[in-house]
Design a binder for this molecule. Structure first.
Ligand SMILES: NC(=O)c1ccc[n+]([C@@H]2O[C@H](COP(=O)([O-])OP(=O)(O)OC[C@H]3O[C@@H](n4cnc5c(N)ncnc54)[C@H](O)[C@@H]3O)[C@@H](O)[C@H]2O)c1
Length: 336
């Protein structure tokens, strides 16, 4: 089958595209190769994908409709879209808010319009985020919780994507699924995220900033578990047309749009996370205590009951094992 993956040179997009190619699917990749973080890392991911004959790549801005539509015209047999391109990062959304609206809102709309132009399309799967839960104080976070209290523009764009997609799904009977990812980490990961930057800094004897004086908790999810979740749900678009009673209990919605959590269902404190990094690198972290950052939430914790029930999502990799694998990749990739 043919799958369009946006953000294919990004962390999650790269792993997803690679898994699809390894099982023999054709992948059309789109990415703008933005310089939000090291472009060489994106190029290195891309060179791995380019080894596969089934991979074609377009350096395209998803917010430019003509450019995206011309890719779609070339590939009228696309059956699935996995839309992962975004301007990520909670903190950077205070510095450059326009990038978030352009890519995450306008770009998302363009991708929905593109989906309508694919005659064989079976399913539109897109990245949402745990950040949509914002000031939600009911733990663990449940997809049924109301998500109208975001604390960053990034979160607001992701919550908007869910609303816009639900509308398209309603208007055009588009089977669509939003996945709320919880702090994804692993080999080829994102340098702006703690799992990567803490390892880099600890290995270079550079102090790390510990926000909210260490009083933070995160539900960390290993990349392979995320990819398993994406591929499982991809095969299960919500039914269009008559809705069974069973279907109605999922998201309580008669429209073929679903939202699920993809998390580890285990919330870890920052102190333990740093100790795991110290053990994996064999070095002591120099910690500088800092106050809470604007836009951040104190804790994330995924309720994955629904994801388990509907598509058998079962995270397998513990934080200790996952960080050991990450450090091994880091040493090998950077030859250190
Ligand atoms: N990594 C996480 O922990 C996490 C958590 C929650 C949600 N998400 C979401 O998952 C998705 C993938 O995240 P990731 O961690 O792989 O991030 P990433 O930054 O590694 O990948 C995103 C890719 O999108 C590309 N991109 C940015 N703007 C673009 C544009 N206008 N047109 C085309 N491409 C563009 C970037 O060049 C990048 O390669 C994103 O939607 C992100 O918001 C990630």
């Amino acid at each position: 089958m043919k799958v369009l993956v946006t953000g294919a040179a990004g962390f999650i997009g790269f792993h997803t595209a690679k898994a699809l190619l390894e099982r023999g699917d054709q992948v059309v990749g789109i990415d703008l190769m933005t310089d939000y973080y090291d472009v060489d890392l994106k190029k290195a991911r891309l060179s791995v994908l380019e080894e596969f004959v089934g991979f074609s790549f377009y350096k395209t801005d998803i917010s430019k409709q003509d450019d995206v539509f011309s890719v779609i015209l070339e590939h009228q047999d696309i059956e699935y879209i996995i839309h992962l391109a975004a301007q990520p990062g909670v903190r950077y959304s205070l510095e450059n808010p326009y990038a978030y609206i352009e890519t995450n809102v306008m770009g998302h709309l363009v991708m929905l319009e593109a989906a309508l132009k694919c005659p064989d399309l079976q399913h539109f799967v897109y990245a949402s985020s745990s950040s949509v839960y914002g000031e939600n104080d009911r733990l663990p976070f449940n997809p049924d919780d109301c998500v109208i209290r975001p604390v960053s523009l990034y979160a607001a764009t992701k919550a908007s994507d869910e609303l816009i997609t639900r509308t398209y799904s309603h208007l055009h009977k588009l089977p669509a699924t939003g996945l709320r990812f919880f702090t994804v980490y692993g080999p080829w990961g994102r340098p702006d995220m703690a799992a990567y930057s803490f390892v880099r800094d600890v290995m270079n004897d550079t102090p790390i900033k510990v926000f909210n004086h260490g009083d933070m908790r995160r539900d960390f999810t290993y990349i392979d578990d995320i990819v398993d979740g994406i591929l499982s749900v991809l095969a299960l678009p919500a039914a269009v047309g008559e809705v069974s009673k069973d279907e109605l209990t999922v998201n309580n919605d008669h429209v073929p749009h679903r939202v699920y959590n993809l998390g580890n269902n285990k919330t870890e404190c920052l102190k333990d996370f740093i100790e795991i990094i110290e053990a994996a690198t064999g070095k002591k972290a120099q910690q500088v205590m800092e106050p809470m950052q604007k836009g951040d939430v104190k804790e994330t914790y995924a309720d994955i009951t629904l994801s388990r029930k509907v598509f058998g999502f079962e995270p397998k990799v513990s934080l200790k094992e996952g960080m050991t694998r990450f450090v091994a990749w880091y040493r090998d990739f950077y030859n250190c």
